[in-house]
Design a protein around this ligand. Structure first.
Ligand code: F6P
Length: 360
């Protein structure tokens, strides 16, 4: 008989409950007990847990969010927190932990693994920027939401002959902007991996107008920024709030979360002002924000999340710890946490080249 702890850390994402359900169901098959650790690493520091049963996970498959809560807590910011966390693992008799999270949560998991804690990671993020896995769950739902939004924005942009800038999530990587931009037929896709030149963006839009297309949709990732090496371009973007330091990112607040991430958001407005000023075309902005993270997961994400949950428990059964279950091709495989968290998975430039075929 084993006792497994499961936690969800970082930003929530559709499919978390599907993983929790799969972890519980598979563990029940082995006759193991499952403890839900509340609110990510915070719950393990504070000793907030609940027993998860077949009954508690019944009906949660299509539900967004996470029934056990989440937080952006970094126990390694404070020695005492790590001590309390380790003590609580012992106190509750937890034999192994399934940590469902993005890079920040899984980096903590990796550090704990190195300290001797038995941990298996599950890759979660709508941003799809974790290395070692082709896809994270939550991403498919996010791009479906964004694609639908772009479709809707098309009809209103076309009717009013406007430019509409749609800002989407994507801190280090522009997967959402690229994939939803391709699916929705965006006329320009701006991502953190490829700093943009505002002159070129406006030139593309002008070319479109000259060809008779009197409206445009621009998909921009929150982490996108203008080229800084060409200072004249960056300086020309009057409304860009920060053209130096953090590579011209638009930062909402200087406050950082426990992992040192600043809150992004606003590049859409900066861009829209600039386009309107330079082109004299009415421009509007839609910031999709947390709508992308909420609500029910797509069928694809439900299946992927379920496969990840089952694989995580199988990995515990095999005593294969310090790994993240990952999707590679059609198979779920173990990838060392070290490798998965070593760097962000950025947009494949071959894919971005395909997207670019449709710009201008
Ligand atoms: O989950 C990652 C992410 O979606 C980033 O793209 C975004 O910057 C961040 O979450 C915002 O999360 P929150 O508002 O919860 O801090």
């Amino acid at each position: 008989m084993k006792k497994i702890g499961v936690l969800t850390g970082g930003g929530d994402c559709p499919g978390l409950n599907a993983v929790i359900r799969a972890v519980v169901r598979k563990s029940i098959q082995y006759d193991w007990d499952i403890i839900g650790i509340k609110n990510g690493w915070k719950g393990l520091i504070n000793g907030e847990i609940e027993l998860l049963t077949d009954y508690s996970v019944s009906g949660i498959l299509p539900k967004g969010g996470t029934i056990i809560g989440t937080s952006r807590t970094n126990p390694f910011n404070n020695k005492e927190d790590v001590q309390r966390l380790v003590e609580n693992i012992k106190k509750f008799g937890i034999d192994a932990i399934v940590a469902i999270g993005g890079d920040d949560t899984l980096r903590v998991a990796n550090k704990l693994h190195k300290m001797g804690v038995s941990i298996v990671g599950v890759p979660k993020t709508i941003d799809n920027d974790l290395s070692g896995t082709d896809y994270t769950f939550g991403f498919d739902t996010a791009i479906s939401i964004v694609t639908e939004a772009i479709d809707r924005l098309h009809t209103t942009a076309e009717s009013h002959h406007r430019v509409i800038v749609v800002e989407v999530m994507g801190r280090h990587a522009g997967w959402i902007a690229t994939m939803a931009g391709i699916a929705g037929g965006a006329d320009e896709i701006l991502i953190p991996e490829v700093p943009f030149d505002i002159n070129e963006v406006c030139k593309h839009l002008k070319d479109r107008y000259e060809r008779g297309k009197k409206f445009s949709i621009i998909a921009v990732a929150e982490g996108a920024h203008p080229k800084v090496e060409n200072s004249s371009n960056a300086d020309n973007m009057e409304s860009s709030s920060q053209n130096v330091g953090e590579a011209a990112l638009v930062i909402q607040t200087k406050e950082k979360d426990a992992f040192g991430n600043v809150r992004l958001g606003g590049i859409g407005h900066t861009l829209a002002k600039e386009i309107e000023k330079r082109m004299g075309v009415e421009t509007r902005v839609t910031i999709l924000g947390h709508v992308q993270r909420g609500g029910t997961p797509t069928a694809h994400d439900r299946v992927l999340a379920t496969r990840f949950g089952v694989a995580a428990v199988e990995s515990i059964k095999d005593e294969n710890f310090g790994i993240m279950v990952a999707l590679q091709g059609d198979k779920i495989v173990p990838v060392p946490l070290e490798e998965a968290t070593s760097k962000s998975k950025t947009v494949d430039m071959e894919l971005y080249e395909i997207a670019k075929l449709f710009f201008g």
